[in-house]
Design a protein around this ligand. Sequence first.
Ligand code: 0RQ
Length: 504
Amino acid sequence: MTDRIANAQLRGKVMSADEAAALIPAGAQIGFGGFTGSGYPKELPKALAARITAAHEAGEDFTVNAFTGASTAPELDGVLADVNGIGLRTPYQSDPHMRAKINDGTSYYIDTHLSHSAQVVAEGFYGKLDFAVVEATRITEDGSIIPTSSVGNNKTYLDCAEKIIIEVNSWQSLDLEGMHDIWNGYLTPPNRPIIPITKPGNRIGDTFLTIDPNKVVAVIETNDPDRNTPFKPIDDDSRAIAGYLLDFYDNEVKHGRLPKNLLPLQSGVGNIPNAVLDGLLNSDLENLTSYTEVIQDGMVDLIDAGKLTVASATAFSLSPDYAHKMNDEAARYRNSIILRSQEISNHPEVIRRLGVLSCNGMIEADIYGNVNSTHVAGTRMMNGIGGSGDFTRNAYISAFVSPSIAKDGAISAITPMVSHVDHTEHDVMVIITEQGLADLRGLAPRQRAKKIIENCAHPDYRAQLTDYYEAALKASKAKHTPHDLARSYDFHRNFLENGTMKLS
Ligand code: 0RQ
């Protein structure tokens, strides 16, 4: 047995994943640890999927409701979705198999802001949580849990669940201990105190998760890597988009609207945000800070280069090489990295106080600046809103980035009216594509439309968009936000009918 389980009572609970899965009944509500492919349980979900398969073969109904921090990996979302094992999934996911089950109607999906996802469980909106299943790098003598590469919603799930299952993963570095910051002061209203974070580097809590050891029904020993995916090499479009954003920040500094070392940065996941981080690495900016949700490769490079002094997040989202590096050198990195619960990493109060600069990907934006982050053609769920709403609504400057076209030009990322709204025109300040940047601050809707079409739309779609705008201006009785409702979804309709947004 591993020496990572120092508590005698919990050593007595060690069993196989199959034995632990046998404790979970059909219909169970399970709070899984894990966030963007980091720190999720890796063996119990596989064993549970096998149990579900056996039940289905015997003609029994068997699904569970799965609550997580954010996306997980094939070993959790993938295996359970594959066996039609998930009745309800929340909050963020990005696994192709899970996505397919949501879109074919097998699983319900509730897409909620990541900063809200713990409180809705704690406040009982979903009913009671039966199990918390979390990963630990070790269990201390008094039965506390040292988390691994993410914190996510672990604290709330462990507090709320009736029963706890812990995977102790020897693959995770013991040197992660000390990196986490678990604040126990977050209560339900009306007793909520001020969150005492005034700088991204403030530590306000414990380095461990406190649990009731009597709730632990199983401890599983594992030795499995996080399933991190490598980033694609930075392409020309991503580099161009990153360049526009950095020039924009530079101009804000010149006009005295941003300090020389900017403000704490939030960066979404994906290749464009990673290109932004790469651009920062090659800039002469110094003493940068980050108050964000995930730590990507680019942030690790910025720390190594001495340009980023502190990064606060709830999880890592690293390529396999960088995950190994983090494991090897966690003792050094924990001086500049803090992993918090996601309701704190994404908390509107802190984001607004710090004046975070947000940058997130989008599916589409409309000519007035409403943004759709989640639904293709208004109905097909991609991943979920994730933390983009938490940061965008409360940022000092909120930016959205995307190539101006998708699917070889069949789709325009700028449309007359978004087919689903995640971020309203009131929240969106800057839109950037490889064509250019539209600074929407201080612009009224008609001014925004012109700027977005001119600066961000792909040349193949500019005339079509201008045509729509001019027709809308004529057709619309009210001229504040001109729309021709009979035509506003022509782009999407044409795509669904003919496979392209190009109108003949
Ligand atoms: O599909 O992979 O089949 O080619 O969407 O698009 O351009 O590679 O961009 O990986 O950054 O994802 C909005 C989904 C963008 C992401 C979204 C297709 C495109 C491609 C991916 P293929 P790209 P990205 C912090 C913040 C919400 C959550 C968030 C996201 C695939 O950024 O999930 O911001 N955001 N969280 O071809 C049809 C369009 C399309 C389209 C792109 N208009 N119509 N398909 N695609 N635009 C992180 C967390 O919260 C955890």
